[in-house]
Write a protein of this length. Structure first.
Length: 382
């Protein structure tokens, strides 16, 4: 099988999209697929669209995403076509619908991503307060892309449902394939059991791992740690990815700042945090399918999060963690944590169930196998 992987960011950049694009691209190659890299993609007319975005922001107080501009998307499509001329690829796959919107259908096209444009509107801050022109052009581009794709693969049921409901994508073109972890898993099954059995239970370590303190639910994570300490459960909040806007910080908060996956040292520090924490706490206000949930499962770390966006497709309530309604208060989280932490047998069972979710479902080889299977069907049907 010979395919093209078309991406706006460089597929070899492990920091792009938290490493997801890198692992998609290299996972396909590791599976034995011959992959032609098309990217990074930059548009020659993007600067003009950037001026329009600046006008909307400065003059009208509205957002305009320059990558929804048809002239930019047509330019991306021309670049892809030029690079693929004579390549004899059998299909094109992209981690975004945007490069495919105006690309011809000489070969089948397939998107594998985490959300639709319509699903993100008024969900993420950067997709809120959009100019009407941006809304219109964004939806046109999404409909063009999905309408011309032979298959649309999403990382959650939430995203797939929005493709069906908002853009009339037929069910037989849709597939849900969660992403794997974007750091190396150093544990096998026996190693996970030994690690969980040996983990100290004197202090409850809550790990908050995210770059956006507000959207990822940092204030609630802080309140949870505060409530657990108030109840007499010795608790530390480990914060990585950002700095809490709290001054002064209590002694039970430990900050690690932003940790880059670009370096071996950064990846090692992230793994150490996942190994030593007892829960990943990420009560997101808005999220698609953060790769950190798969990373937590890879290190037998139960997750405490919200049932918003695509999260329930990754964190199964009561299996590899708990998902709560968006308006749940810290006291409710604290009841769950204190109950689990007081019963090491129950806690360890959930930790091992988390690893089992990684081993059977939330890993890149399994994800890639499902995607390649769909690619084979799409190519055979051509």
């Amino acid at each position: 099988m010979r395919i093209a992987f078309a991406s706006i960011p460089d597929p070899d950049d492990i920091s792009a999209w938290s490493g997801t694009i890198y692992h998609m691209y290299h996972g396909l190659k590791d599976h034995g697929v011959e992959v032609i890299k098309v990217g990074p993609l930059t548009s020659r007319v993007e600067q003009l669209a950037r001026l329009k975005s600046g006008y909307y922001q400065a003059i009208r107080g509205l957002r305009f995403d320059r990558f929804r501009e048809p002239a930019v998307l047509r330019d991306l499509a021309r670049q892809i076509s030029a690079q693929l001329r004579g390549s004899q690829v059998q299909a094109v796959i992209s981690p975004s619908s945007l490069p495919l919107a105006y690309l011809g259908d000489e070969v089948p096209k397939m998107v594998w991503t985490d959300a639709t444009f319509g699903g993100m509107q008024d969900f993420y801050p950067e997709f809120s307060n959009l100019a009407r022109e941006c809304e219109r052009k964004g939806n046109i581009a999404e409909r063009r892309s999905l309408g011309s794709c032979a298959a649309a693969i999403y990382s959650s049921d939430w995203a797939a449902d929005s493709a069906r409901d908002l853009y009339d994508v037929p069910a037989d073109k849709l597939l849900v394939v969660p992403f794997g972890p974007n750091i190396e898993c150093l544990l096998d099954e026996s190693g996970a059991r030994r690690m969980v059995a040996a983990k100290p239970m004197a202090t409850c370590d809550l790990l908050f791992l995210g770059v956006d303190w507000e959207r990822k639910g940092g204030p609630l994570a802080f309140q949870l740690a505060e409530e657990l300490n108030r109840r007499g459960v010795p608790t530390r909040l480990l914060v990585a990815g950002c700095e809490p806007p709290i001054h002064p910080l209590p002694s039970w908060v430990e900050t690690h700042g932003f940790i880059s996956k670009r370096t071996e040292d950064g990846r090692r520090r992230l793994i150490d945090l996942l190994l030593h924490a007892h829960f990943l706490v990420l009560p997101s206000q808005a999220d698609c399918t953060p790769c950190v949930f798969s990373e937590a499962s890879a290190y037998a770390l139960p997750v405490l999060t919200t049932a918003v966006g695509g999260i329930p497709s990754v964190v199964r309530d009561g299996v590899n963690g708990r998902t709560f309604p968006l308006d749940t208060e810290a006291q409710v989280y604290a009841e769950v944590v204190s109950s689990l932490f007081a019963d090491p047998r129950r806690y360890r069972a959930m930790a091992l169930a988390s690893y089992e979710e990684y081993r059977t479902r939330l890993n890149w080889p399994t994800a890639i196998a499902h995607v390649v299977e769909r690619l084979e069907l799409v190519i055979a049907a051509r």
